[in-house]
Design a protein around this ligand. Structure first.
Ligand SMILES: NC(=O)c1ccc[n+]([C@@H]2O[C@H](COP(=O)([O-])OP(=O)(O)OC[C@H]3O[C@@H](n4cnc5c(N)ncnc54)[C@H](O)[C@@H]3O)[C@@H](O)[C@H]2O)c1
Ligand SMILES: N[C@H](C(=O)O)[C@H](O)COP(=O)(O)O
Length: 322
């Protein structure tokens, strides 16, 4: 069995309805050895669907974690911030001790967790710390394009200072390793964006390409990693380059993700590389404007389940043949 935990996310957002209104019949036919556990407040979750979920009890169950206060669609409540984190902790520790083979996360509202007084910048960073991973990488994937990020949830003002040879080296090594490990790409070819407009215009529009990015890529090429770049980010995202790229490495969140989401929003997944566990997620946020209205699209959650399942299968196969 491949057991995936689905953390149902911010209770006021679209996560609970997406998780409980999945086409379970179809999913369990498509993946004959898939088992799903919905992690969250069982009463609140069951209230989001008209379907009798107990009909799938051999393949679907709940791990109940009680809300601290009643949830209401579209209304954030700091009292439930710790509940959200508890769902993540349950799923991640369950993955670490092999109770689950992976976790798929519905969206959380980062602001309400911070408003509750708990510093939180995202699942990616939270899981890096919780699992003790050395370095993780945020990568979003859709059909025909994967984009990994050097920096994640960082104010733009701080991005340039954060890009060091050490960080860039670790990010590329993790990306290279996990493209091999989970995606079966023997020699991944990574295309790297510059940081500055026109990749620095020969130093006239910024020096980071010359002082940091080029020397780091050169050193990594010596170790056998296939790298092209740094290229100007505006034209890197064209077919001429993308048809050869196994992944594009963007220097910061809004350099890479708008392109990925323009291409694949609703059919993309967010995958955390470098963790000792498998974690995939949706490509969207809590969509408080849609919560409870039955308007939220399920495509990304289905894509995240698909990636999570296939990654877990790849790992199981690897372990069997080891
Ligand atoms: N995986 C995650 O946990 C995750 C991902 C992105 C954003 N967020 C968080 O979500 C919160 C809201 O972020 P935002 O407003 O930038 O992004 P958002 O994705 O919640 O909303 C952006 C737009 O996309 C629409 N949308 C989102 N999901 C949709 C779906 N499934 N079907 C149809 N339309 C959908 C929304 O209605 C809105 O118009 C923030 O706190 C952010 O940090 C969480
Ligand atoms: N950066 C992600 C996106 O824009 O889709 C999102 O904020 C989720 O990040 P985490 O998986 O770290 O929560």
């Amino acid at each position: 069995m491949i057991k995936l935990a689905i953390t149902t996310g911010e209770p006021a957002g679209i996560g609970p309805e997406l998780s409980t209104q999945l086409p379970f019949d179809q999913l369990f036919q498509q993946y004959p050895d898939l088992h799903l556990t919905l992690v969250g407040d069982q009463s609140w979750l069951e209230a989001q669907t008209n379907e009798e979920l107990s009909a799938f009890s051999d393949r679907l169950d709940f791990h109940h974690i009680a809300l601290k206060e009643s949830a209401h669609h579209g209304q954030l409540n700091t009292a439930n911030a710790q509940y959200v984190l508890d769902t993540l902790t349950h799923a991640a520790t369950g993955c670490m001790n092999d109770h689950y083979q992976g976790m798929v996360t519905a969206p959380v509202q980062k602001s309400v967790i911070n408003d509750a007084g708990i510093p939180f910048s995202g699942h990616t960073e939270f899981l890096e710390e919780l699992t003790g991973a050395r370095k993780v990488v945020m990568m979003l994937a859709t059909e025909g394009l994967k984009v990994a990020l050097v920096t994640t949830h960082l104010p733009l003002r701080n991005v340039a200072d954060a890009i060091t040879p050490e960080l860039l080296t670790e990010i590329i090594q993790v990306t290279h390793h996990d493209l091999q490990r989970y995606f079966g790409i023997d020699q991944p070819h990574i295309y790297v964006c510059g940081l500055n407009p026109h990749a620095g215009e020969g130093g006239h529009l910024g020096m980071e390409e010359i002082t940091i990015i080029e020397p780091t890529l050169n050193a990594l090429r010596e170790t056998g990693i296939q790298l092209t770049g740094p290229l100007p980010a505006d034209t890197l995202f064209t077919d001429k380059y993308l048809k050869h790229a196994d992944t594009v490495l963007a220097m910061y969140h809004d350099q890479g993700l708008p392109v990925l989401k323009y291409k694949g929003f609703g059919n993309a997944a967010n995958i955390t590389l470098g963790l000792p566990i498998i974690r995939t997620s949706v490509d969207h946020g809590t969509a408080l404007d849609l919560a409870g209205k039955g308007l939220a699209d399920q495509g990304s959650l289905l894509t995240a389940i698909d990636y999570g399942y296939k990654m877990a299968k790849a790992r199981a196969t690897r372990r069997q043949s080891a």
